[in-house]
Ligand binder design. Sequence first.
Ligand code: BG6
Length: 487
Amino acid sequence: WAHSSLSVVVLGASGDLAKKKIFPALFALYYEGLLPPNVQFFGYARTKMTDVAFREMIAGTLTCRVNSRERCLEAQETFLQRCFYQAGSYDQQQGFISLNTRMSGQEASMPRANRIFFLSIPPNVFLDATGNAADCASSRTGWTRVIVEKPFGRDSDSSKELAEGLGRHLSEEQIYRIDHYLGKELIENLTVLRFSNSVFEPLWSRQHIRNVQVIFSENFGTEGRGGYFDRYGIIRDVIQNHLLQILALFAMEQPVSLDAEDIRSEKVKVLRSMKVVSAEDVVVGQYRAKGNLPAYLDDSTVPVGSLTETFAAVAMFIDNARWDGVPFLLKAGKALHKRYAEIRVQFRHVPGNLYRSKQGSNLDAHTNELVIRIQPKEAIYLKINNKVPGLGLRLDTSRLDLQYQSAFASNDLPDAYERLLLDVVNGDKRLFIRADELEAAWNLYTPLLHALEKNKVAPELYPYGSRGPVGAHYLAAKYGVRWGDLN
Ligand code: BG6
């Protein structure tokens, strides 16, 4: 870093993501001393604002995980002094030219000026903004990297169009497609758990695993964000990206190395081995009002009579030797009973089980289950059958339990955006989506999404705060699966 500066530009700086995630993550990295000494941060958006007003706006979002309050306040002050704001439109060059001049002013003393652009902006201005940023504000002396957030299109064709558009201004090497689930601690740990533990790796196949469930549940609705959400729905918003990425990491073969290209090549391979999702293997739902809690259709930003799904459960299959016939069930929903995300791996029943008579008739209750709780209260636990201590012989289910909060003397874990932003600074692409991965992901879901739209499939209504539509249970039952219970 001795001879280079770093400028981080957040396009869409007055938006929700910038305030809730990006600036707090940048501050956390700055506070930890993980950014180069010569770093500055630029906000860019349409709203007119002075540097001072911008600093005030983000000051309220900065928090410290680390103990010393005094040190934290001091760091906040110096961080804010490094924050600048440039107003401008996305589809005209003028704002970007001014931005470039201001950045150059800050970078002047350094022979190499590296620049990161974070595109936290609506899809309709994506390409214009990228073109203008690339033409008017890329670095002339160092590298320029661009972070893009979903939506990466709405289906295979629109995603391809977007990729071509981005490709006109940027090389693949410069593009960092973010999926923030890949930055979560337990997701990064997934491959460690599997590939570095000889007790797990040999079990990771159809011989021992009966089914795998990936569950995403939120206990709040769209609440004012319905305008964006309604154009996408939960399948595009969460399943086709976050949950499918988890599935790819879970099911891929061991990569040749930990190198980004090797990991991503394995992910692409397993994605391409998956069966295209069929309409028979999907249940869609939409939340309705319950007591004081509003229906999705009560959100004033949602069009009247919208059929957009706020819940979906999907059964997926992987056509390869390792996973043939194993159902992978993905479920995601808003306005459900709890906020949590988990992976559940249900193992096969013990053949010729000596203790069956001691376990009662419900075999599912005694199935070994590995649970990876992504959030909240990160944990990994394995449900095993165990003798109830004491005289006599009674079996019950117990847990081998790794609770992160008590096992590791860390306070809160770093936010996914911290990890991912640091990776961009370091040029590490392991946790970012490659173009062919994205294409493979869209190929799996595009026919289904088109069929739902064309046939105007009415979602099954479920009450706000419930566990979702009953249809999800029938879908699981069709493949002999019971959804694991949050416990
Ligand atoms: C985003 C979705 O990608 O992920 C949101 O667009 C969702 O709809 C969010 O709420 C969930 O992220 P997290 O990290 O809070 O689980």
